[in-house]
Design a protein around this ligand. Structure first.
Ligand code: IVH
Length: 673
């Protein structure tokens, strides 16, 4: 069957449109449509190409999915050798560079003009285009010949498959760096960890490993980026005589070029550029290991020539290394906000990326075992971007004899409570909860918050100040605060001290569900607290329930049940709870289900989703509960009905799957009368 003309022209215009958006996104750094709108165009093109296979084209922007694995990479000889760069490590070496150049060019001490750009930390490749079409890609290899990685390069979205411009150069070889952005690297490693894949030590290794895969379909799934920085050769095309203008020309024919490229004057201009880029290093979002300066005048470049494998007309002024080696002296454990214990490496102090480090994170025990890091090892430490400095790996070749693996302490180093690990979780946690100083501030803030005990005027800053001054150790101390203590605090007037005491007093009258929620038991949110209160009626019953009994309650799974049991197993938590009650916290008795039996919605469970007109979800829940119903946060076969307001979430789908009734606003109103 012939393809309708209309389809041919739609496919062609979709391809042009998508190519134009790619160009705006990757080259001009100026996208003009949202990701969703782009995805829509892309999917439409994919659908048409699937429906009409005769329209298939290797040049289509959809053809970046990779192809069947190769058995090996062919070797390709570079028509022009791919050179490397000489390095400079300090200002005097930069001055020496310009002096040599001036002498070679017979110019004396005149400052020269340079193109300046970041030195990307990835790997060099060359791309060959014929009549604007990408026909070959190769790694640098030894500079004379490299590996043919065309199938892999084609999967990198920022490498254009087709150049733009009228005319495009009949033949051109472009050189540049393939690298991985820091966020993409973190995402890839997360994915690899979840899927038991290879975890990469740094973005450079990840980029190299991903580009040199025989299966280009896997390369297609790796987030690689390309940036051009040189022209290898060009045919049938007039080029400007300035390096800087040549880079702009590349950009104009559709190739990505650094956004940080500048023309600078003399060594002074170079040093200034170096400082400015160094200051931005941590916020660039990708690794760079220095800046590169290239003589701007191409005529002068040719005159200067090269030595061995590097040109005389260019230099890489290196930044302090972001990865260095040092000795791991010991491993301590830090207790975070949620009680998680993080192993922290104590290091022989070392300068990393220009900053002295004596600590770095080891993330968690699983990581320590995966990396096999031992106390006393020489380790590689990395500090990059906004990421916390971390121990990348031990240098096993340097290890002498048997070294001990770090051990998770049995007791919390801050409060002495038991340290526990939950099944299926990497983190070990302090079970101290309310009594652990490290968790105290957060626990008190949560206790005072609006949906918990709702203590007006007890804000985060005030909590921090009081904990730091030792005025309160735990939530149990809040109701013992005195006016004279409060009035002595920074920015606390007489009146506000009295108001806070009043608010504390008022908060004592609460509901059991709120009180349970206030305790900050892990994963016990408002709805869960509500379910527990309704099911157990009394606090004592909850405190005494075992894991099996707790799991009888809707929504309570094994993890939450264990959290609850562990919380109340700690004697200190039990003491705090009893003390709060002694200090006057109270709630109205919950009517047991035989009494609620007379209520119209007793025994029914509802789930609310979406926005109801005229009332919040909390208010809707309160109305249902007033009629004896339970309100749950998740849909199950036991759910009586799902109440769906405007823009409901996935819960409606779940309800349908379980065959649970879905009520709209009108249905809800008639239900509550
Ligand atoms: S120019 C003749 N410019 O650094 C010039 N190289 O140490 C050859 N690199 O193999 C390279 N960013 O992988 C140049 N803006 C940049 C660069 C850059 C990174 C890498 C490239 C090269 C190595 C040389």
């Amino acid at each position: 069957m012939a393809v309708p003309d209309q389809v041919i022209s739609e496919v062609s215009s979709l391809r042009d449109e998508i190519n134009a958006h790619n160009h705006r996104y990757y080259v001009l750094d100026n996208p003009q449509i949202t990701d969703q709108a782009y995805d829509r165009l892309y999917r439409r093109l994919q659908a048409l190409e699937q429906q009409y296979p005769e329209l298939a084209s290797g040049e289509s922007p959809t053809q970046r999915v990779g192809s069947a694995p190769a058995t090996h990479f062919e070797t390709v000889e570079h028509r022009m050798p791919m050179l490397s760069l000489d390095n400079a490590f300090d200002e005097s070496e930069m001055y020496a560079f310009e002096k040599r150049l001036g002498e070679k060019l017979g110019l004396g001490n005149e400052p020269l003009s340079y193109t300046a750009e970041p030195k990307l930390d990835g790997l060099a490749i060359s791309l060959r285009y014929e009549q604007g079409r990408l026909v070959g890609a190769a790694t640098r290899g030894d500079g004379k010949s490299g590996e043919n990685i065309t199938a892999n390069a084609r999967t990198i979205a920022s490498i254009p498959l087709q150049l733009v411009g009228d005319p495009v150069p009949p033949g051109i070889e472009v050189r540049g760096e393939v690298y991985m952005k820091l966020a993409d690297f973190a995402g890839l490693n997360e994915y690899q960890k979840r899927n038991d894949g290879k975890v990469f030590a740094n973005p450079r290794n990840a980029a190299a490993g991903s580009l040199r895969l025989l299966d280009s379909r896997i390369t297609a799934s790796r987030p690689l980026t390309f940036c051009s920085y040189a022209i290898g050769w060009i045919e049938g095309y007039e080029l400007p005589g300035s390096q800087y203008r040549r880079m702009h020309l590349l950009r104009s024919i559709g190739l990505p070029v650094s956004a940080y490229i500048e023309r600078v004057q003399g060594v002074r201009g170079c040093l200034d550029y170096y400082q400015r880029i160094l200051a931005q290093r941590d916020s660039l979002g990708f690794d760079i290991d220095g800046v590169v300066f290239k003589l701007d005048n191409v005529g002068q470049q040719e005159q200067a020539g090269k030595v061995a494998k590097a040109p005389r007309w260019a230099v890489a002024y290196k930044f302090p290394a972001q990865e260095v080696m040092t000795r791991l002296l010991d491993v301590d454990f830090q207790v975070g906000r949620t009680g998680a214990l993080t192993p922290v490496a104590r290091l022989e102090p070392v300068s990393v990326g220009g900053v002295m480090l004596s600590n770095a994170t080891l993330h968690n025990m699983d990581e320590i075992h995966r990396k096999d890091v031992r106390i006393g090892d020489i380790v590689i430490v990395r500090r990059a971007g906004d990421v916390i400095p971390e121990v990348v790996s031990p240098v096993v070749a340097e290890r002498k004899g048997d070294l001990p693996l770090p051990q998770m302490p049995a007791q919390c180093p801050v409060c002495g409570s038991d340290v526990v690990q939950q099944e299926g979780q990497a983190a070990w946690r302090c079970s101290g909860g309310l009594v652990c100083a490290a968790q105290r501030k957060e626990a008190i803030k949560h206790f005072a918050s609006r949906k918990a005990m709702d203590i007006e005027g007890l804000g985060d800053k005030l909590v921090e100040q009081m904990v730091e001054l030792g005025m309160i150790q735990s939530i149990g101390d809040l109701y013992r605060l005195e006016h004279s203590q409060l009035a002595g605090l920074e920015r606390m007037a007489e009146k506000s001290a009295s108001n806070l005491l009043q608010a504390l007093e008022t908060s004592k009258s609460t509901r059991l569900a709120r009180f349970i929620f206030s305790l900050g038991i892990r994963e016990v949110g408002e709805a869960m607290a509500e379910a527990l209160a309704n099911a157990f009626i009394t606090l004592d019953a909850i405190m005494q329930a075992d894991i099996d009994t707790l799991q009888q309650v809707d929504d309570v799974g094994p993890v939450v049940a264990e959290n609850i049991v562990q919380f109340f197993a700690q004697e200190r938590n039990r003491d705090i709870v009893q003390n709060l009650i002694k200090q006057g916290i109270h709630w109205p008795e919950i009517e047991s289900s035989d009494k609620t039996g007379s209520q119209p919605l007793a025994g029914q469970t509802y789930v609310i989703t979406g926005t109801l007109e005229g009332l919040s979800r909390d208010q809707a829940a309160a109305l249902l509960k007033a009629k004896g119903a339970r309100v749950s946060s998740s849909v199950s076969a036991k759910t009586s009905a799902v109440i769906a307001g405007a823009k409901p979430g996935s819960k409606v789908g779940k309800a349908e799957a379980f065959g649970v009734e879905v009520l709209d606003q009108a249905g809800f109103e008639s239900l509550i009368g």
